[in-house]
Design a protein around this ligand. Structure first.
Ligand SMILES: [Zn+2]
Ligand SMILES: [Zn+2]
Length: 165
C-alpha cells in the first residue's frame, strides 16, 4: 500500500491543481468541487448519494418516526414512572438515560429503516423528553427533576448513536 497523493488537475476545473480525492470514488476534487459530508470530503455526485437515502426522511418516514417517538416516549415514561422511579436517583439516572437512548435508537431504526442524521436525532431527543414528561404523571416535579440527568445522558447518547453512519 502506497499512500502517495499525487497532485493532479481537477477534472471539473481544468487548470486547478489538487491532491484531494473523493472519499468514495477517488475522483480528484479541488476546493471548489469539494463537499463536506458526515463521512468526509466528497465530489458533488457522491455527496448527493450521501444526502439520500440515509440522511433524508420521506414524509411517511417522518410520520412513522413521530408516531414511534410519541408512543415510545409515553410507554417508556410509564415504565420509568411506575417501575423504575424508586431507583432512578443519583448515578442510576445515567443507566436509565443509556437505556432510553438505546431504546429510542432501536425504535427509530425500526420506524425509519435505520436512517441517520440531525432529524432522527431530534426525534429521539423529543421522545426522551416525552418519556420524562410522562413520568411527571406519577411524581411531583421536585422528584422528577432528578430524572433530568437521565434525559441529558439519554439525549447525548442518542446523538452519538444517530448523528451519522
Ligand atoms: Zn466521488
Ligand atoms: Zn474542481
Amino acid at each position: 500500500m502506497t499512500a502517495v497523493s499525487a497532485i493532479v488537475e481537477c477534472p471539473q476545473h481544468p487548470g486547478t491543481e489538487t491532491a484531494l480525492r473523493c472519499s468514495r470514488c477517488e475522483t480528484p476534487i479541488c476546493p471548489r468541487c469539494l463537499v463536506q459530508t458526515p463521512v468526509g470530503a466528497r465530489c458533488r455526485s457522491c455527496a448527493r448519494i450521501v444526502r439520500s437515502p440515509i440522511y433524508t426522511l420521506t414524509l411517511s418516514g417522518y410520520v412513522r418516526a413521530g408516531l414511534a417517538c410519541a408512543v415510545g416516549g409515553v410507554v417508556m415514561g410509564l415504565i420509568w414512572g411506575a417501575i423504575l422511579l424508586p431507583i432512578s436517583f443519583g448515578f442510576v439516572g445515567i443507566f436509565i438515560g443509556a437505556g432510553l437512548a438505546y431504546a429510542f435508537t432501536r425504535v427509530l431504526d425500526l420506524a425509519t429503516g435505520r436512517k441517520r442524521g440531525p432529524v432522527v436525532v431530534t426525534f429521539a431527543i423529543a421522545g426522551i423528553c416525552l418519556a420524562w414528561a410522562t413520568q411527571l404523571l406519577f411524581v411531583p416535579f421536585d422528584v422528577a427533576r432528578f430524572g433530568l440527568l437521565a434525559v441529558a445522558v439519554g439525549a447525548y447518547l442518542a446523538y452519538q448513536n444517530l448523528r451519522a453512519v
